[in-house]
Design a binder for this molecule. Structure first.
Ligand SMILES: CC(C)(COP(=O)(O)OP(=O)(O)OC[C@H]1O[C@@H](n2cnc3c(N)ncnc32)[C@H](O)[C@@H]1OP(=O)(O)O)[C@@H](O)C(=O)NCCC(=O)NCCS
Length: 177
């Protein structure tokens, strides 16, 4: 028996709370063990609050999608202008800022579908190269991105409180028309 796929839809202003919640849950279940609890709590409060999600959802150059199964949000993707610390990132650079699927729902093709939706939006927005940042030891996600034409360009340190993680900056070059 095949399991029905979660539905994917663009997130709107009414989804701010749900987006913030799935952001907190999936970051914590994936990376939470790497940080002291106080550092994790401060990071989540700053980057995954309802207010932050609402601001991002109202931004004309940002977009997010949620994957829903039986009314429950099980994954999301978020994109926008890139602010990664690399000399070749400029005003026209796009970025896949987040791609997360609930741990119990992974491996079913939802991440791939969210990624394709996000990349199609970035391409149609007329942006240049597409960038993303991925933890240097997140081999599964790196495999997924490489399959979609991303290549590692450089590294930087990503700070969560007192902890600095080595991150890879991946880029997918814009296809000349
Ligand atoms: C990366 C992620 C979004 C992929 O979503 P998914 O629904 O599991 O992916 P799909 O079923 O569409 O595709 C499977 C591919 O995802 C990757 N993947 C699978 N499980 C993964 C995991 N636990 N962590 C990271 N990547 C994983 C692999 O490339 C896999 O393909 P492979 O097994 O043939 O190598 C999802 O696994 C996830 O949320 N992981 C934890 C959070 C994360 O690492 N996000 C990326 C931050 S840059």
């Amino acid at each position: 028996m095949t399991i029905p796929q979660p539905a994917i839809r663009r997130a709107g202003p009414a989804d701010a709370e749900a987006l913030a919640r799935i952001g907190r849950e999936t970051f914590t279940e994936t990376f939470g063990h790497m940080y002291p609890p106080a550092d994790l709590a401060a990071f989540l409060a700053e980057h995954h609050s309802r207010e932050r999600a609402a601001t991002d959802l109202a931004h004309p150059k940002k977009a997010a999608w949620i994957a829903e199964r039986d009314g429950e949000v099980v994954g999301y993707a978020a994109v926008g202008p890139s602010d990664l610390p690399h000399a070749e990132v400029g005003p026209g650079s796009g970025e896949l800022k987040r791609l997360y699927v609930d741990a119990g729902q992974q491996g079913l093709g939802t991440g791939r579908r969210l990624l394709e939706t996000a990349l199609a939006w970035l391409e149609s927005a007329g942006l240049g190269d597409i960038w993303l940042s991925v933890w240097s030891e997140n081999y599964g996600a790196q495999r997924l991105y490489q399959r979609y034409g991303f290549e590692c360009v450089d590294t930087y340190l990503f700070q969560v409180g007192s902890v600095y993680d080595k991150e890879f900056m991946f880029r997918r070059r814009k296809v000349p028309v």
